[in-house]
Design a protein around this ligand. Structure first.
Ligand code: SAM
Length: 228
């Protein structure tokens, strides 16, 4: 497994040494599905049973409520912090709490959202408030990534986080016993991702080799327990 990874890394290094810009721009959109989505979607697949009942998801695309929740979902709510965006069914601001109801959801799904919110602890607290007792928050963040230019322009992109940071951030609100954190990625996957290479450019074994010193995606499952 490592042999393949190192051979690919050598090929990649030879391509990269001559250039300060990525091989392909904009996460590789247009060529295929970006590498971070391998980890985000693998995490959601593993926790698909949590996506059920009333689900709050930030942003209409890719609509993971539908993709992973299927028939378990009674109602999916697509939230944006501003009105008028395509596919939005409600306006809510996780940072200020404006428009976010209390104890309303069985699942809050925030993939690649919290790094765009300056006051991350407030956003986690408002997400916790929005959950029913026993409800689950599934969240992912970028650990290693280029900037998402359109989101940076729209909301600001403020943070990168580690598994240790996520454990404290969510543990402070949900209680440490109610929080599971995973980190995904490795050096090869990170180099490829930063260069706009896509999932189909790498072997599954290269993507799935996990090196905690190269955290490309951090994923959190946190359960609201009123007695925590
Ligand atoms: C990169 S998109 C993530 C979209 C989608 N969840 C995904 O997996 O690609 C970042 C999203 O963060 C949301 N966002 C930014 N600031 C927010 C805030 N204060 N409250 C709620 N959502 C916010 C925006 O609506 C934006 O669509």
């Amino acid at each position: 497994m490592l042999g393949t990874a190192y051979r690919r890394l050598t090929d990649l290094r030879n391509k990269l040494l001559a250039r300060p810009v990525p091989l392909y721009p904009d996460f590789g959109f247009g060529r295929g599905w970006p590498i971070d989505r391998h980890y985000i979607e693998g995490f959601l697949k593993a926790h698909a049973a949590d996506i059920r009942g009333e689900v709050l998801e930030a942003a209409a695309q890719p609509n993971y409520t539908k993709q992973f929740g299927g028939d378990r979902v009674t109602r999916g709510h697509i939230m944006y912090p501003v009105p008028g965006l395509p596919g939005g069914t409600m306006v809510g601001n996780l940072e200020t709490g404006e428009g976010i109801p209390t104890a309303a959801y069985d699942c809050v799904l925030l993939t690649q959202v919290l790094q765009f919110i300056y006051d991350m602890p407030a956003a986690v607290a408002n997400s916790h408030r929005a959950l029913k007792d026993g409800g689950v928050m599934l969240a992912t963040f970028a650990g290693i990534s280029q900037i998402a230019k359109s989101d940076m322009n729209a909301w600001g992109e403020y943070w990168r986080i580690t598994d240790a940071g996520a454990r404290r951030l969510f543990g402070d609100v949900f209680g440490p016993a109610n929080v599971e954190v995973q980190a995904f990625g490795n050096c090869l996957a990170a180099c490829a991702f930063l260069n706009g290479m896509v999932i189909s450019d790498l072997e599954p074994a290269d993507l799935d080799y996990n090196d905690p010193e190269f955290q490309l995606i951090i994923a959190v499952r946190a359960v609201k327990r009123e007695t925590a």
